[in-house]
Design a protein around this ligand. Structure first.
Ligand SMILES: [Zn+2]
Length: 308
């Protein structure tokens, strides 16, 4: 008898709790529905941007790439002078990791790796040709849109003209512009150029996936105090795959990344050995799948070796 009434009461409580839960759910759905309805225009105009912010933060929180310091005794190293490096057919030498800003200026001959892109009368650094081509092909395949270039390599004269005609933060001073090295490209899709680029699906894709192509968004939104340049979602800069991914996932701009590499130390990340060195000769790891060397324009060189 007693047990039966307990059971009955238990059943009643359960039903009550269920009813309250259902009511709460209905109320929550209604409130959300009203909010979304009232802000529907703002939300649909900015949905790509919201997605971009969310993904960017998730990528940084959950997939950080750690650069692990390694003792150099692990490697077979050989010392090379710079002229030996430049002559060696197994070492790829260029200036793809140079830092260019108001402190570290463009130097004479910084455009020596510039060439013409596919006979199209567009000039850029040889290292950024393939990444741009692959990125543009992907955008075309996925979204059916063309990824245009509004600005690639600029001569000193062109950059001077631009700096004179525009406000200081939209065109860097002639000696502080990466465009003079050919390593930077300004891109857009129809109807979404400049600041509007990040409001398009294509712009969001480019900003979230550039690292896969060895490219970085050189002037990120949250680094304006370091770079001295406002957010430029359209300005792509080539640095190479391992570096681009480390910067993207660890939320570092190029200034911070180069500074984070201690001189003379060997690091590993994502199957690559990375070492920033200075001096008359550089220690190069042997028996690697590939080795790249670039000056960084701060007086050091960055060695990037892909492990076999
Ligand atoms: Zn640019």
């Amino acid at each position: 008898m007693k047990q039966g009434s307990k059971k009955k009461n238990g059943g009643k409580n359960k039903r009550l709790r269920l009813a309250i839960f259902a009511l709460c759910l209905v109320a929550l759905t209604l409130v959300t529905g009203v909010f979304v309805y009232k802000n529907k225009d703002a939300i649909s105009n900015r949905k790509h941007e919201y997605y971009y912010q969310l993904r960017l933060n998730l990528d940084r929180i959950f997939t950080e790439v750690r650069l692990k310091e390694r003792d150099e005794s692990r490697y077979t190293l050989k010392e090379y002078t710079l002229s030996e490096i430049k002559k060696d057919p197994n070492i790829h030498y260029d200036n793809s990791l140079i830092l260019i800003n108001s402190e570290h200026k463009v130097y004479e001959g910084a455009d020596e790796y510039v060439g013409e892109y596919k006979d199209k009368n567009v000039f850029m650094h040889k290292a950024i040709m393939k990444p741009y081509e692959e990125l543009a092909e992907y955008i075309n395949k996925k979204y059916g849109k063309k990824l245009y270039i509004s600005s690639a390599y600029r001569t000193r004269e062109k950059q001077e003209e631009l700096a004179a005609s525009k406000s200081k933060d939209t065109a860097a001073a002639p000696d502080a512009s990466e465009h003079r090295t050919g390593l930077a490209l300004d891109v857009y899709v129809n109807n979404y150029a400049g600041e509007a680029f990040i409001k398009s699906r294509e712009g969001v894709y480019v900003n979230l996936n550039a690292y896969k192509y060895g490219l970085i968004i050189r002037y990120p939104e949250n680094k304006t105090e370091i770079t001295g340049i406002k957010f430029e979602p359209w300005h792509l800069r080539y640095v190479g795959v391992p570096h681009a991914e480390i910067m993207y996932r660890n939320d570092l701009c190029l200034e911070e990344y180069i500074e984070s590499l201690k001189v003379g130390v060997f690091y590993e990340a994502n199957g690559y050995i990375i070492s920033r060195q200075s001096g008359e000769s550089l220690k190069i790891p042997q028996n690697m799948k590939s080795v790249r060397v670039s000056p960084d324009n701060t007086g050091c060189y960055i060695i990037t070796a892909e492990k076999p």
